[in-house]
Every structure is written in structure tokens, then in C-alpha cells.
Design a protein around this ligand. Structure first.
Ligand SMILES: C[S@@+](CC[C@H](N)C(=O)[O-])C[C@H]1O[C@@H](n2cnc3c(N)ncnc32)[C@H](O)[C@@H]1O
Length: 242
């Protein structure tokens, strides 16, 4: 997401500092200490400005909700929304989905949301899509058995392509719909979802449930665009992105 630089970002982040987990690696395996009576641990990837984050967490005060976002200018809006509502069950990570295994221990996450992730059109950048098989294998390492991924998108090509990725990485698909709101609004909308819905774009959604795999697929660390900018020399990245 391209965003204009927010004025006073540092001041605004400081106001929300109690919501930000600045060293997520230190919570690996211990996230539930943030809400010891919490039932599920819900994790949202790329929360953006957090309309979905704040409303879903508000509707589920019994659960712990962690939102990950790598653009602080967007995340600060999400944090302000949570602050405004006075929610106590939501925390934020300013980080990259490619590093999730550094942040969470095996089986620690019950439910993972991927809402309107960047489609990265063209095969050249397919590995950056958050529903690429390698990302789905990465998520297996932090999801509990039968843990779920809830995926929504406006993008037909990305959605149809993703439906092939999930089974390859050992997930069973259900609740597949290509027009979620055909009979009226269903569930909590995200910021992007509302925009697309108002433009008349049908919203696609599915649920993917983690199944046992024997052997477990081999996990290959993912070098995201951030790593590429830092001059990462991962051969798999170079090969796929030349
Ligand atoms: C198209 S926006 C959608 C935002 C929000 N989910 C919504 O539906 O309104 C995608 C968001 O994912 C974030 N994002 C993309 N790749 C990411 C990654 N690897 N790690 C963390 N956040 C990422 C972007 O910064 C952006 O805010």
C-alpha cells in the first residue's frame, strides 16, 4: 500500500506505545501472558488501517488479537482506532510476515487472517504473495493443528490462484464464495473491502484448515521485498525475481 507520510508519526506512535510490541521475538511462545484468560489467539497479517482489527477484537473480547503490519503510517491509524475503543485484547507488531516463525512458536496461533493482501501481479513476483505455497508452509509452523486461515480478496486472479496453493501446503478448503456480500453484508468489513464493495467488486472469501502432513513440508526461509532492499542474497529470491 502506497501511503503519504503521516505528520507527527513519532508522536502518534508514542501515544499508542502500550499497544506496540517492539520486540516480538521476546514473546515467542509466551504471547498468552498478554491475556492469560484468553481463549483463541487471532493473528492478522497486513492489518493496514485496522477497521477489521478493531471491530473483530471488539466483538471477541474473550480472545487475544495480534495485528501485524510493516507500514507504520498505516498501523498507527489502526492503533488509534483500538485506543479510541479502549480495547485491552489487541496488540501490534511492526514487522514482516516473512519473519512470523521468529515471532511465534509452533502451534501458538489458532486463527490467521489474510485480508486483501497485495496481489503482486505477474509471475515474477508470485513469491511475494502472502498466499504463495511457501508462505502457507511458513504459517503451518505457527498454526495449531486444525488451525484456520480466513482469506478475503477482491482480486479474482489472486483468489483463484490461491485456491490451488492452499491444498499444496496441506490445508483443506471450505466456505469458498466468490461473492460474499451477494445477499447483504457478511461479517466484519476491512477498509479495502468497503472501498471495493462500494465500487461493485464482488468479494471473494475462503477458509483453509490445517491438515496433518507426513512428512511436514520443508520450510525455506522467505526473503521478502524488505530483505531485497537490504541487499539480501537469498538465491531463491534472485532466481524468482530476475
Ligand atoms: C492492500 S492492503 C490491505 C489492508 C487491510 N488488510 C485491508 O483489507 O484494508 C495490504 C496491507 O498488507 C501490508 N503488508 C503487505 N505485505 C506484508 C508483509 N509481508 N508483512 C506485513 N504486512 C504486509 C501492507 O503494508 C498493507 O498495509
Amino acid at each position: 500500500m502506497r501511503m503519504r507520510k503521516k505528520p507527527n508519526l513519532a508522536v502518534r506512535m508514542e501515544r499508542c506505545r502500550n499497544l506496540l510490541i517492539s520486540e516480538p521475538e521476546k514473546y515467542r511462545g509466551g504471547w498468552r501472558q498478554l491475556k492469560p484468560d484468553g481463549k483463541l489467539l487471532r493473528l492478522e497479517l497486513g492489518c493496514g488501517k485496522g477497521r477489521f482489527t478493531a471491530e473483530t477484537a471488539r466483538q471477541h473480547p474473550e480472545d487475544l488479537y495480534i495485528a501485524l503490519e510493516r507500514v507504520p503510517d498505516a498501523m498507527v491509524v489502526a492503533m488509534e482506532r483500538v485506543l479510541e475503543l479502549g480495547l485491552r485484547n489487541v496488540f501490534f507488531i511492526d514487522g514482516d510476515a516473512a519473519r512470523l516463525r521468529d515471532y511465534f512458536a509452533p502451534g501458538e496461533v489458532d486463527l490467521l487472517y489474510i485480508n486483501f493482501c497485495d496481489p503482486w501481479p505477474g509471475l515474477k513476483h508470485a513469491r511475494r504473495r502472502l498466499t504463495h505455497e511457501q508462505f502457507l508452509v511458513l504459517y503451518r509452523g505457527i498454526l495449531r493443528d486444525s488451525g484456520e486461515i480466513h482469506f478475503k480478496s477482491d482480486n479474482t486472479d489472486l483468489f483463484e490462484w490461491s485456491l490451488y496453493q492452499f491444498p499444496k501446503a496441506g490445508y483443506e478448503l471450505s466456505q469458498i464464495t466468490r461473492d460474499l456480500h451477494a445477499q447483504g453484508i457478511q461479517g466484519v468489513m476491512t477498509d479495502f473491502e468497503e472501498k471495493f464493495h462500494l465500487q461493485g467488486v464482488p468479494i471473494k472469501r475462503c477458509v483453509a484448515v490445517k491438515q496433518p502432513m507426513d512428512p511436514e513440508p520443508e520450510f525455506q526461509p522467505i526473503a521478502g521485498p524488505d530483505a531485497a532492499r537490504r541487499g539480501n542474497t537469498d538465491p531463491s529470491l534472485k532466481q524468482s525475481e530476475q
